[in-house]
Design a protein around this ligand. Structure first.
Ligand code: PPS
Length: 582
């Protein structure tokens, strides 16, 4: 399309004033509309709908758009679009809406970001969607797990009209909309731009790959990392962005630009690669790098990959001409030791020794405070990663006790508290069952629902302590397996989580009956009493099991300390730190 006439200052001003007036009008009219608080995923999608990153979509998909995309990767007018972009809502909310209604879309703080003009509300077949979009129904695929387990049952489709873009306060200078990036490329005179998508820190292999790609395409380079939602367990985007900023100096001056993309990834491999290419075209890029297992979630628990390594390249190759984006395909880059250089795996000289470090190995090295070799990553990137991923003896952790009433949890927890305080180096907090019930959960009873709320509260406090480098010792009964696992899942990415089962048999607990509660429970005076009239689910995932029938509290605490030492959470380094602090 030829560029239109350049609007006069007066014209721009008039357009801005009209837009501001329309926002005011939408805000005023929304007084009578139902509101929907957007989830994290929906917020990301809305941002790219509003800023043109998802062009030509003009709102969350209608049923016809959704079905066309799900089954044939096309919108009803034939435009290629591989990924459903849908707004999932609860059944209760769906029942309040008809076609023609309007909804105020709000962020978690309640600020209205957009108006949605309702065109369709329907109940999708999410299993069919999983099979069509992800090629699997396995809940081990994070995109499928999100769809089947964390997506509301109804979809709401319709055009969105923006009132305000979602708010971001981090790295503002790097958050460029498609229009801003296109204007920037025009200003710089960049006519060919190759985009690099990533959700990981950039190591030497990535720098080498992007340099080669830019050289091959005779193009400038846009490093365009995803900072919306990536794979659970990925390095947080703050750390990653500092790493990207650090590697910029490794590129020839004035050839590269860094911008952040607020996308919620689906990890749908081949379909996602096509989607990424469309999004980059909208951001003014002409070329797009696709490497090995692009946007794939890796392997399942049996070690089988969800997608073949070059499936994504194959699918994009079929569509690149239609899209008008040139794919720059790349094989895996590996380090050839004797050459001291990186090569694509299919160009390695015969018989040469290649070196590599997997993500798991890198995490282990960071966790143990081991060296990260310079052939793998630049020292400035290693330093950033080390700042965030402290070795285990500097990380926070949670020791989470579970066991029957009077099993000995509190007594051992108190001994452990004192031992850890003696060692020093980290703040230690004890969240004992009884104390929590007084301070945090005084309104709760002992129904399953209330016990789960209680454990989630304890888990939340422990996760904050762990995240900030402290030690949380929790000693509730925590009789239910599901919520214990939930707490583990929240805490493990933030530091250590050690589940201690105090497996003292019920007969011994009843004999002790320190508070006289078993007697009351047997007499029916106390209802829903764990072990008597309410179940206790023994953990099969305990990291330490102690039985206080024959173990003194000090001995049981010692077992836990030995485990912590074996796992490197406490040990010589922590002791050194104490003496160092004098
Ligand atoms: S839970 O299930 O984890 O929420 O229970 P918790 O908060 O740890 O319970 C704390 C103490 O409450 C006393 N108590 C009961 N326990 C179990 N069932 C019933 N119905 C009940 N009523 C009161 C009990 O003494 C728990 O403390 P411990 O130290 O385990 O004996």
């Amino acid at each position: 399309m030829p560029p239109g006439p350049i609007p006069s200052h007066g014209g721009v001003l008039a357009a801005l004033m009209a837009a501001a007036q329309r926002c005011e009008e939408l805000r005023a009219r929304s007084r009578d509309w139902p509101s929907w608080d957007l989830t994290e995923r929906q917020l990301c999608d809305l941002e790219l709908l509003l800023n043109g990153g998802f062009s030509p979509l003009r709102g969350f998909m209608t049923k016809a758009e959704y079905e066309g995309v799900r089954d044939g990767m096309r919108l009803p007018d034939g435009t290629l679009w591989p990924m459903p972009v849908t707004l999932d809502i609860s059944g209760e909310f769906a029942r309040r809406l008809d076609a023609g209604a309007h909804v105020a879309l709000r962020d978690p703080e309640g600020t209205m970001l957009a108006a949605l003009h309702v065109e369709a509300v329907w109940e999708p077949d999410r299993e069919r969607e999983a099979e069509a979009v992800y090629g699997t129904m396995s809940l081990e695929h994070p995109g499928v797990a999100h769809l089947l387990e964390r997506t509301n049952p109804y979809y709401l489709g319709g055009r969105v009209e923006g009132v305000h873009l979602p708010f971001h306060y981090d790295f503002r200078a790097l958050r460029l909309t498609p229009a801003e990036l296109r204007a920037e490329f025009a200003r710089l005179g960049w006519r060919r731009v190759v985009a690099f998508q990533t959700r990981n820190p950039m190591h030497r292999a990535h720098v080498e790959l992007t340099l080669r790609a830019a050289r091959d395409a005779e193009a400038n380079l846009l490093i365009h990392p995803v900072v919306g939602m990536t794979k659970p367990g990925d390095v947080d985007h703050y750390t990653r962005v500092r790493c990207y900023q650090a590697v910029l100096a490794r590129y020839p001056a004035f050839t590269v630009k860094l911008a952040l993309l607020p996308l919620a990834m689906r990890l749908a491999g081949p379909r996602e690669a096509v989607w990424h290419a469309i999004i980059r075209k909208n951001h003014g890029c002409t070329h797009f790098i696709v490497g090995r297992d692009h946007a794939g979630p890796g392997k399942d628990s049996a070690g089988r990959p969800f997608y073949a390594p070059y499936d994504a390249q194959e699918l994009l190759r079929k569509h690149e001409a239609e899209l008008g984006v040139t794919m720059v395909p790349f094989r895996q880059m590996v380090y050839v030791e004797e050459q001291g250089a990186y090569y694509p795996e299919d160009e390695v000289p015969a018989g040469a020794r290649v070196l590599g470090i997997s993500g798991t190995e890198l995490r282990a090295r960071l966790g143990e405070g081991r060296e990260i070799p310079e052939w793998f990553t630049f020292p400035e990137v290693a330093r950033e990663l080390q700042r965030t991923h402290r070795p285990r003896h500097h990380q926070g952790f949670t020791v989470f006790f579970t066991g029957l009433p009077s099993a000995g949890k509190s007594t051992i927890a108190n001994v452990l508290l004192v031992k850890l305080l003696e060692m020093g180096g980290r703040p230690v907090t004890l969240l004992d069952g009884d104390i929590v019930r007084k301070q945090l959960s005084s309104e709760l009873g002992f129904s399953r629902e209330h016990r789960d709320i209680n454990i989630r509260r304890i888990g939340f406090v422990a996760s904050e302590i762990t995240k900030n480098g402290g030690i949380a010792i929790c000693a509730p009964i925590a009789p239910y397996d599901k919520v214990r696992k939930e707490v583990r899942t929240i805490i493990e990415p933030l530091g250590g989580f050690i589940l201690v089962h105090v497996a003292t048999p019920i007969e011994i607990c009843q004999q002790r009956d320190r508070k006289g509660l078993y007697a009351k429970a047997r007499a029916g005076i106390i209802k829903e009493f764990t072990g008597v009239s309410d179940p206790y689910e023994r953990p099969s995932d305990a990291d330490v099991t102690v039985d206080t029938t024959a173990l003194a509290p000090e001995e049981a605490a010692q077992e836990i300390l030995l485990h912590l030492e074996r796992e490197a959470y406490v040990g010589p380094a922590a002791a050194e730190q104490v003496s160092g602090n004098g």
